[in-house]
Ligand binder design. Structure first.
Ligand SMILES: [Zn+2]
Ligand SMILES: [Zn+2]
Length: 206
């Protein structure tokens, strides 16, 4: 069977993340799709994750989309969904994870609850841990080998991402005395050198 995701990509993400969990593999599958369909790591792609999760590490490791580069947006909406937006032509896609078996999901939850409660005999604990690991492996295998449309609900983006606003030059605020980042071109002609917060306090945020 041909591997849908090159082993090298999975390994890179797992190494970066430090373990192989279901969420990481969801991110690997999504990021590998974006890498293949939207161009290499050098393509200017903005990745958005709708929740902070292990999956975000796969986007960083595989796509090179990072908070530092400003091309990774991590929202707090809770959904295990990702979108990719190519700046050159607006090509975009949103991928929302479809878990495999509802019964398995429920069992995983149940096992985690048992394990969290403590006061288990060593024998029971070990048995539960093995069962949990097998359920996770089963889902990881499914999501890495099933057709993309069985793993993700796929749709176009309803609106383009709002790029993270970032400054590239360092200034010192005349009001609060703290350093701040802004683009020098944007500061030209400003009545005073003020950080964004102090500007907001003085004249209401834009
Ligand atoms: Zn993880
Ligand atoms: Zn200030």
């Amino acid at each position: 069977m041909k591997r849908l995701v090159p082993r090298e990509l999975s390994n890179r993400a797992s190494l970066f993340h430090d373990h192989r969990c279901i969420e990481l593999n969801v991110g690997i599958r999504a990021a590998a799709w974006a890498l293949e369909n939207m161009g290499g790591r050098d393509a200017r792609v903005i990745a958005t994750a709708e929740a902070s999760s292990c999956a975000v590490d796969a986007l960083q490791a595989i796509l090179g989309c990072t908070a530092g580069r400003g091309n990774l947006i991590v929202k707090n909406d809770g959904r295990l969904a990702f979108s990719f937006y190519r700046l050159s032509d607006g090509m975009n896609m949103r991928l929302s994870y479809i878990p495999g078996s509802a019964a398995d999901l429920a069992r995983i939850l149940e096992i985690k609850e048992h394990l969290g409660a403590g006061n288990l005999s060593e024998w029971i604990r070990t048995r539960l841990e093995i069962e949990l690991s097998n359920l996770q492996k089963k889902e990881i295998h499914r999501l890495m080998s099933a057709p993309l449309e069985e793993v993700f609900r796929i749709s176009p983006l309803t609106e383009p991402p709002v790029p993270v606003r970032r400054g590239t030059d360092i200034f010192v605020c005349e009001r609060c005395g703290e350093s701040f980042l802004e683009k020098a071109a944007d500061m030209k002609g400003a009545p005073a050198v003020l950080c964004r917060i102090c500007r907001g306090e003085l004249q209401g945020e834009e």
